[in-house]
Ligand binder design. Structure first.
Ligand SMILES: N[C@@H](CCC(=O)N[C@@H](CS)C(=O)NCC(=O)O)C(=O)O
Length: 198
């Protein structure tokens, strides 16, 4: 399988960390990609020009990250990313959605930072900042497990992205429980080895 990837994309990191957690390291070839320059190889597989995009061994291209992690889980690996049924399944799916929401807001804000200043930009940034803050508060109030699943891996990737891109706004201070959870979960090999470098 080939994965259009960038180490600083939290969505791509979630997918790759899940692949490593499943034990698929040797089955995935990483294709370092900048989606913002719309390389033809990526466009041929994903017309949205977004990463991550996985090309399966039979040639099927898959996006976005939620679809890819479902596909990887369906192949059967060392862990189960999605509990099979019942409330446990939907709690994990909800956790992934919460973490993905942080990524959406933080990545959106990062994109705004790169644009020329204008009032609209400030409004979008304030909105995204608040969305992240509310999601962090919710995570702080949860009893997060140290068990690796798609939800906990996604949360670690979202927090890693905030640390990478918004270090001047330390999220840890107001969220001691989340900080303690992240400090321990971050030691897992597939989280430690995918930590993005500034
Ligand atoms: N919902 C998508 C989001 C993917 C996404 O926005 N990726 C960014 C990189 S972090 C991207 O490719 N951006 C290019 C663009 O928006 O044109 C997912 O979960 O995979």
């Amino acid at each position: 399988m080939k994965l259009f990837y960038s180490p600083t994309s939290p969505y791509a990191r979630k997918v790759y960390a899940c692949a490593l957690a499943l034990g698929f390291e040797s089955r995935i070839e990483l294709l370092p990609t900048n989606p913002h320059v719309s390389p033809p190889e990526l466009l041929a597989m994903n017309p949205l020009s977004k990463i991550p995009c996985l090309v399966a061994d039979d040639g099927l291209s898959l996006f976005d990250s939620r679809v890819i992690v479902e596909y990887l889980d369906s192949l059967g690996g060392d862990i189960q990313l999605f509990p099979i049924s019942g409330r446990a399944r939907f709690e994990v799916l909800r956790l992934q959605a919460l973490a993905d929401g942080i990524m959406d807001a933080a990545v959106g804000r990062r994109m705004e930072v790169m644009r020329p200043a204008e009032e609209a930009r400030n409004a979008v940034m304030a909105r995204q900042t608040m969305a992240v803050a509310r999601a962090l508060d919710e995570l702080e109030g949860m009893e997060l497990s140290q068990t690796a699943n798609v939800g906990t891996i996604a949360v670690a990737c979202a927090l890693g992205y905030l640390t990478l891109r918004f270090s001047e706004e330390p999220w840890r201070e107001g969220h001691p429980k989340l900080n303690a959870w992240f400090a321990k979960f971050g030691l897992l090999p597939f989280i430690a080895s995918t930590k993005p470098k500034p």
